[in-house]
Each structure stands twice: as structure tokens, then as C-alpha cells.
Design a protein around this ligand. Structure first.
Ligand SMILES: O=C(O)C1=C[C@@H](OP(=O)(O)O)[C@@H](O)[C@H](O)C1
Ligand SMILES: C=C(OP(=O)(O)O)C(=O)O
Length: 430
């Protein structure tokens, strides 16, 4: 390995050198904190209905900035890289009568579109102004009572605009009625929002392309336990898939009836020989077969459509590459406007490792390779999921992960948890 190495400290930017555990992983138990998506929804609802208690809240940076943002009514709120905080707080401040805030974020956040949500809120009567570029943060928001309750908006760019409106709807005078235009993307996230409203005792309906949420003055006191994060679990699915038969990983605080669309991991990873069981609140991942069948079936191309689960696309792409199997992943039209252009980032970094990969605006395709390059340095593009999706590959080849601190956006304990699995991780000035 090149460069000097030392144990992980809090220096940034942090380049890590990773290799797999010296002996195969047999059994391990990992605590993952609450879903960042559920946490940020419940925090907004708690601001509207203070007698809501939240358990197992996520410790992600995106959740910390949401909490801080909700305390503010004037001045500047900087939500850094948090898409949900940006969208949810836009709707929150627009409907909070005492608010007069500038809502901003990282340079990447200022490139992530918000026009659909701003247009919808303006249709309802909100007062929002663009401070730099039309259609993008930063925004100046002066909160007021919304005059109207019906709105139409495109649903094919980000479901977060829709969830943002649904979350503030019960606090408005007449509730809201949304008409969704075009093909609806990331649908499970919309259903998650409605399910949480329902758990709070707030009435809603979703039929065809119409969603209605009624006004609700008060709720009875209650406590909601956030399920642990399924997107974070994806990295352990990937580790299990790369491990020997018999490997058994346990992840804590999951639910049989999950609200998170990324629970589809359980079905997807069956194809890679990982069985899922939920017993009590423990999620068990057990490697019990090789992916596909050896011999002729090694050439099988796995097809996945991930329009409902965009956040696990990177994990699955890297996993297929490392398992040396072909894949075609579709439904990825939202990946270009996330923390980075994830399709382009995957193409560049996987190619360094030897992948044969093609991408378009909405899909990626890979043919299997015989060889994986060693000691490649993976750039992460300020995207937590680039770092975490590539890390499990250390079970197949040694690699560097650049700007490894990015993981804190959703999973601050990620590197500590990999060390718990005995991954060999050192900080390097490579
Ligand atoms: O509502 C949410 O909590 C999220 C919705 C999804 O975004 P899009 O709807 O923009 O695809 C997802 O990618 C994001 O990580 C979290
Ligand atoms: C896309 C993501 O987050 P957000 O849009 O909330 O920034 C993510 O966590 O993968």
C-alpha cells in the first residue's frame, strides 16, 4: 500500500485505505439508527404537534440540520446537503406565519432543483423568492396563511416536493388536495409520508393521481418509534453477498411491516444468495447460496427497476460488479439530481476498477469482468452513498476511499461499524 497510514482520526478530507477482514466474517450484530426519511418527517410533524414523541431518531447530519432548522423563525438556515430538509423546510416556513428566513444549502444543493415545489406553494398563495438562480436555492421565505387548498404539480422529478406539501397539509386551514401530473416517481416515499400521518391520527386519501389530507388541529399524545434505516442496511447486504456461505449479519430495530421502499433489498438480494429474516425487531441477513448458478448461469444478466428505490442503485451496481455478474438497472432518472450525478460518478469510478459499463439518463448496464483492479482510489463526489457503496468491495480487492467523511450525511458511524466487522481501515495521505 502506498503512502503513510494511521488509524482513523477526525481529519478532513479523509482518505481511507480499506481491505477486508483477515479471517472471514462469521456472525456479527450491528446497530443502525433510525431512518433519516422517517426521522425528518416526524420532526416536522412534531413541530406542528408537540405532543408527539419520537424514538430511535437517526443520528445523521441531515437530521441534525432539520432539527436546527425547525428552531428558527428568522435569519439564515443552512441545511448543507440535506435534500429532505431543504424541501420539507421550504413548505414548513412558507406556512409558518411568524417565519421570515433565507433557506440555503451547500453548493450542490444550490444546483438541485426546487421549482416544482416553489411553484406549487406559490399556487397555494405562499411568498417565496429566489435569491440567486430562478428554480434553485437559496430562497427567501416569508411565512403566511395559505389562501388556497388545491394544487397541481409534476410528480416525475422528486417525490420530496409532494411529501413536503403533505407534511404541512394538516396544519393548514382547509387541508390540501394535490393533483399529481405525469408518472409518479419514488412512490414508497409518498406512501411513507401518508402512513406516518395516519399513525398520528391524521386522515388522508390517495387514489389515482389525487391525494387529500384533511386539516387537523390537535392529535392525542403518542410516541412513534422510527424503524432503522433500510438504505443503510444495503451496505450490509452487499457485505453479506461478498462473504462466504454461512455468514450471518444481524441488524437491530427493524419492522416486519416497513414503511421504507428500500425493504425491497430483501427480494433483490435473494438473487445474490442472501436470505432475509425478521425475528422480533432483528433483521437477519444470511448468505446461503452463490449468486445465480455456477457454470452457464454465471452469464445471466440481472434486471432491476429501481424507480421506487433510487437510493440503493449504487449499492447494487457495485455489488454486481464485484460479484462479476452482468446487470441492467432501469428507473434511475432521478439519480442525476441527487448529491452528485450518480450515474456519471458510478461510470467513472467503476471503470477505474475495470468495469465495462454504459449509462444513459435513466439506466445503467454492465457486462461481467474477469478481473478487478487493485489499489484504485475511489472519488466520492461529496456523496455519502458513493463512499458506502464502494466500501464493501474491500472484500474483493484493496481500495482507497477519498473524502470518506461524507458518510455522516446519513450514517456517521459507518466506518466504526465496518471496523466492528474487522475490515482493515487506515487513514492515509495517499
Ligand atoms: O422523501 C424522502 O425521504 C426521500 C425521497 C427520495 O428522493 P426523490 O423523491 O427525490 O427520488 C430519496 O432519494 C431520498 O433519499 C429520500
Ligand atoms: C438522495 C438522498 O438524499 P436527499 O435527496 O435527501 O439529499 C440520499 O440520501 O441518497
Amino acid at each position: 500500500m502506498a503512502g503513510k497510514s494511521r488509524k482513523i482520526q477526525n481529519f478532513t478530507p479523509l482518505t481511507l485505505y480499506l481491505s477486508g477482514p483477515p479471517t472471514p466474517i462469521k456472525k456479527a450484530r450491528i446497530n443502525i439508527t433510525g431512518s433519516k426519511s422517517e426521522s425528518n418527517r416526524l420532526l416536522l410533524l412534531q413541530a406542528l404537534y408537540p405532543n408527539l414523541k419520537i424514538e430511535n431518531l437517526s443520528n445523521a447530519d441531515d437530521v441534525k440540520v432539520m432539527m436546527e432548522g425547525l428552531k428558527v423563525t428568522s435569519g439564515t438556515v443552512d441545511i448543507h446537503h440535506a435534500g429532505t430538509a431543504m424541501r420539507f423546510l421550504t413548505a414548513y416556513f412558507a406556512t409558518k406565519e411568524s417565519a421570515d428566513v433565507t433557506l440555503t444549502g451547500s453548493s450542490r444543493m444550490q444546483e438541485r432543483p426546487i421549482k416544482v415545489l416553489v411553484d406549487a406553494l406559490r399556487q397555494l398563495g405562499a411568498d417565496i423568492e429566489y435569491l440567486k438562480t430562478e428554480g434553485y436555492p437559496p430562497l427567501r421565505i416569508r411565512g403566511k396563511k395559505l389562501e388556497r387548498s388545491k394544487v397541481s404539480l409534476p410528480a416525475n422529478i422528486s417525490s420530496q416536493y409532494i411529501s413536503a406539501l403533505l407534511l404541512v397539509a394538516p396544519g393548514t386551514q382547509k387541508g390540501l388536495e394535490l393533483e399529481l401530473l405525469g408518472e409518479i416517481t419514488s412512490v414508497p416515499y409518498i406512501k411513507m409520508t401518508l402512513s406516518l400521518l395516519n399513525e398520528m391520527g391524521i386522515k388522508s386519501s390517495f387514489s389515482g393521481n389525487k391525494i387529500k389530507v384533511g386539516p387537523t388541529d390537535t392529535i392525542s399524545a403518542r410516541s412513534i418509534r422510527v424503524e432503522s434505516d433500510w438504505s443503510s442496511a444495503s451496505y450490509f447486504y452487499s457485505i453479506a453477498a461478498f462473504s462466504e456461505i454461512g455468514t450471518h449479519l444481524e441488524l437491530t430495530s427493524y419492522k416486519d411491516k416497513s414503511l421504507q421502499g428500500d425493504r425491497v433489498l430483501a427480494d433483490i438480494y435473494r438473487h445474490f444468495g442472501v436470505e432475509t429474516r425478521i425475528e422480533g425487531s432483528t433483521l437477519h441477513l444470511i448468505k446461503n447460496a452463490h449468486p445465480g448458478k455456477p457454470g452457464e448461469d454465471k452469464d445471466v444478466v440481472f434486471n432491476f427497476h429501481l424507480a421506487d428505490a433510487p437510493d440503493i442503485a449504487q449499492t447494487i451496481a457495485v455489488n454486481c460488479f464485484g460479484l462479476q455478474i452482468g446487470c441492467r438497472i432501469t428507473g434511475l432518472h432521478t439519480l442525476k439530481i441527487k448529491e452528485t450525478d450518480r450515474l456519471e460518478a458510478l461510470k467513472i469510478e467503476l471503470t477505474k476498477l475495470g468495469a465495462r459499463i454504459e449509462v444513459s439518463d435513466h439506466h445503467l448496464e454492465m457486462t461481467p469482468v474477469d478481473h478487478i483492479e487493485k489499489d484504485v482510489s475511489i472519488a466520492t463526489y461529496k456523496d455519502h452513498r458513493m463512499a458506502m457503496a464502494f466500501a464493501p468491495l474491500a472484500l474483493k480487492t484493496n481500495l482507497y476511499i477519498e473524502e470518506a467523511e461524507v458518510v455522516s450525511k446519513s450514517y456517521p458511524d459507518f466506518w466504526r461499524d465496518l471496523e466492528q466487522l474487522n475490515f482493515q481501515i487506515s487513514q492515509t495521505d495517499h
